[in-house]
Each structure stands twice: as C-alpha cells, then as structure tokens.
Design a protein around this ligand. Structure first.
Ligand code: PEP
Ligand code: MN
Length: 462
C-alpha cells in the first residue's frame, strides 16, 4: 500500500502517519519526491492501516497489486538516481559505462585496464575478486588481494569500482574496498545475501538470475529495498533459453518494460549477455538505443589469455571502437574542448593541431578527387576493355604504400586506407561504365562520350 501525502504536507503530518503505520508492526518507507512525499507500507495485512487515508495531510491511499511494492513506479513515481562518487546512474541524461576485466588477475592487468577504460570514457571500473565459477577447478579469483588492487585503482583513477560479493559474511569487507556491491546472477535468489547487502549503505548492482522472470528479479530487488537500501541498480545480463549459439539470450526488451514497472536504474551487460566478443558492440548500442541507463563491459589487455571469460572480453581497441560509436551516436557526451590540456612539448594547442588536421584533410580530399579523375581517364583510354583493373598493379601499389617507414600507422592500417582508395576508384569507374560513358564491351556508341569530338555528319532534320 502506498500513502500519497498532499503537496506541502507538514513534517508533523508525515511523522504522524509513519507512527500510525509502525504502531501496527508494519514498515513505513518514506520517499520524498520533487512534489510530494510518498510512504510505502510493507508487511503482512497492510489493510489494517487503510484508515490513514482520512488522516491530516494524506491525499490518497493506493493499493499496489504488484507483489513488489517499494520497487514499483507507484511507490516512487520519479526515477531513482544512484550516486556513486561523481557518477549518477539513472539521471536520464547520460549513459554510464562500467568496464574492466572479468577477474582481477594481477596488479598490472587491472592497472592497465582501469587506465585504458578511463581514457576511453568509462566512469566506473569493474573487476571480479571472488568469482562464482561453474567448475570448482576453474580460477576462483584472487580474493582479498584483488579487492586491495581495486581500491588502489580507485585511488589512482579517481573512478568508483564495482565487484561481486558472493557471501553475506563478505559485505563488511567489501564496504571497505569497493563502491558498488554486485550481486551476481547465480546469487539473485540468495535471500540471505540480498538482506545483507540491503543493510549496507553502498549501492547494489543486482544482476538478473539466469532463469529469473522479470517479476522474480524485481522481488529480489524488493528484498534489498525492504532491508533499508534504496540504491539498487538492476542489471540485465542475459537469460538461459534453448539457443545454444550464444551464451545467453540478452533480453533488451527488459529495458523499456522495466521503465514501465519500476523506478530503478537499468544497466545492460552485453558481455555475459552474449558470451561472444563480436556481439558485444552491436548489443551495447542496441541497449543504449533502448534507453538503458548504463552498460557494464568486460575488457582485457589480452583477451585470449584472460583467466575467465576470454571469448567475451573486448580488447582495448575493440572497447575504444565501441566508445567511439557511443559518442558518435550521442549516447555519450564528447568531452568539452576546454577540458583538454594544451600539449606540453610546444607542438601547439589542441585547437591549433586540429586546424592543421583540417587543412591536411582538405588536401587529402583534393588529391583523392584528382586521383579519381585520373582513374576515370584510364578507364576511358582503356575503352573497350572488359573491366580490366590491373590487379597486379593494385597489389603493387598497396605494397609500395606500406613498405618502409609507415610513420605512426601500422602496415595493416595503411593497407586498409589504400585498399579503400582503390575500391572507391573502381566503383567510380564502374559507375562511369554503367552510365554508358565506357561500354563494358563492344564499340562505344557515337555521342555517348561527352569528351569525344562532335560527330562529323549532322543528324538529318525531321
Ligand atoms: C560478472 O559480472 O563477473 C559475472 C559473473 O556475471 P553474472 O553474475 O552475470 O554471470
Ligand atoms: Mn565474466
């Protein structure tokens, strides 16, 4: 049952309603919204206090038919924003990206990853210290030393850290080292653990159970909320279905559905949700488009060598590409130019360097136009050739461009650029051929080439 107080209800009126509820051995959860205060009543047979509807300051009493009460939108019409350090999850303004290794493996591995993900724009670092593994023979996590390393990275990067707590007895220890307590999918139904994290002041990232319905998941959240912790973040991480080609089936529809049902922020984990590196980026983008408040992504300096979840961990480069896409699509804010420091070595300010890059880009564009014009001339001069690109010449061109000093680019990167230029030239030639300027076979029809001289004989008059 929800007791909705009138706008501007007096403090004493709110206190009186609360006292009445508690005198019946029921719990009263206050939620002060922007406009009015709402009191959630939980316990058995809440109808015993239905009479508070006529108390001073009370606007109405709403019966919540859903089994989850405190997690419901009725209880808390405004969306909950969970604050961790400088990060706000559920603000509705920006996507929060949490990233880091599946497991903390060493100080160096965590340090490199944490610094990299921060550089790319992540604002929370993840890392497993106690790993819930299917096999007792698999790597179980470094335990306490991993928590110490996480706390050290929090100091170094200034970013909050999240790690999974697997045992109610660990909660106090975790409170000393991490900023967000993660309850893993395998523990979503561990009610003792849910109550234990519910008594903590730290925010809780509650993962959906492997085969939990959305309602069961919200009931798990209700355990945490009703134990006194209102900072719950829901995390969809895929559920077990009959589909064997992905590790789990990532339920992105959970995002808009939960928006209707609950006020709690929603984070998507496309790493565990798919189990495959190549699927992480598209599903992360889909989650952002569906309105998720955040993403949690596994990143490793050398994914094939990761001690847990190597197949789904992104390399640094792959993570960078994902973050670029999120920025391009404006799910992430582009850092302001004012925040960027000028270069220390006298090479010029960021602004000056960018101006120079713009100039170089214009030169490249002009050169590409000139190159394409020449390629079209070649096609025209070649005339009736079938489609005859000189493949050997093209290969030689790419070889030449990537030989010797390639500057800051790798051979592979330069190869990609030149292959793309060649492909664009070939497309232009084909377009020209298709437009009839260069017939793909047979003699060129008279008058189809604007560059050709006018026909010597005038067309007969009609
Ligand atoms: C994890 O995030 O490290 C993890 C084990 O995830 P899940 O509980 O979703 O399997
Ligand atoms: Mn993992």
């Amino acid at each position: 049952m929800i007791v909705v107080m009138k706008t501007g209800a007096a403090r004493e009126e709110i206190d009186e309603v609360t006292r009445t509820i508690e005198s019946h051995d029921l719990h009263a959860f206050l939620s002060a919204g922007e406009e009015r205060t709402v009191i959630g009543v939980v316990g058995s047979d809440v109808e015993r206090v239905a009479h508070v509807a006529s108390m001073p300051g009370v606007e109405q009493v709403i019966r919540v038919t859903k089994p989850y009460k405190l997690a419901s939108r009725e209880h808390h019409p405004d969306r909950t924003r969970v604050r961790v350090g400088n990060v706000e999850i559920g603000s509705g303004r920006e996507l929060v990206v949490m990233a880091g290794p599946c497991s903390v493996e060493s100080r160096e591995q965590l340090q490199r990853t944490a610094h990299w993900v921060k550089r790319e724009g992540a604002t929370v670092v993840r890392g497993g210290a106690y790993k819930p593994r299917t096999s007792p023979y698999s790597f179980q996590g470094l335990g306490l030393p991993a928590l110490e390393m996480l706390a050290e990275q929090r100091e170094q990067t200034g970013l909050p850290v999240v790690s999974e707590v697997t045992d109610p007895g660990q909660v106090e220890l975790f409170e000393r080292y991490v900023d967000i307590l993660q309850v893993g999918a395998r523990n979503m139904h561990n009610f003792v653990l849910l109550r234990a994290v519910g008594q903590s002041r730290k925010p809780v990232l509650l993962k959906r159970g492997l085969s939990a319905t959305i309602e069961e998941w919200l009931m798990a959240a209700e355990y945490v909320l009703s134990s006194g912790n209102s900072n719950v973040i829901l995390c969809e991480r895929g559920i077990r279905t009959f589909e064997p080609l992905t590790r789990n089936t990532l339920d992105i529809s959970a995002v808009p559905l939960l928006r209707e049902l609950t006020h709690l922020p929603i984070v998507i984990d496309p790493s565990h949700g798919t189990g495959q590196r190549s699927l992480v980026r598209p599903m992360a983008l889909a989650a952002a488009a569906a309105g998720a408040d955040g993403l949690i992504i596994e990143v490793h300096p050398d994914p094939p060598r990761a001690r847990s979840d190597p197949d789904q961990s992104l390399s640094f480069e792959e993570f960078g590409d994902l973050m670029d896409d999120l920025r391009r699509l404006e799910f992430l804010r582009v850092p302001g130019a004012a925040a960027e420091p000028a270069t220390a070595d006298g090479a010029g300010s960021v602004e000056e360097l960018r101006t120079r890059i713009d100039e170089v880009d214009s030169e490249i564009a002009a050169l590409l136009k000139e190159r394409t014009r020449l390629a079209l001339d070649v096609a025209r001069a070649r005339g009736t050739d079938v489609h005859g690109h000189d493949v050997a010449r093209e290969r030689e061109l790419v070889d030449r461009a990537t030989r010797g000093d390639t500057g800051a680019m790798t051979t592979e990167e330069l190869g990609i650029v030149f292959s793309a230029i060649l492909r664009a030239s070939r497309s232009a030639q084909r377009r020209q051929a298709a437009a009839g300027l260069v017939p793909s076979s047979g003699p060129r029809p008279v008058g189809t080439d604007p560059a050709a001289p006018a026909p010597a004989v005038a067309e007969p008059q009609r």
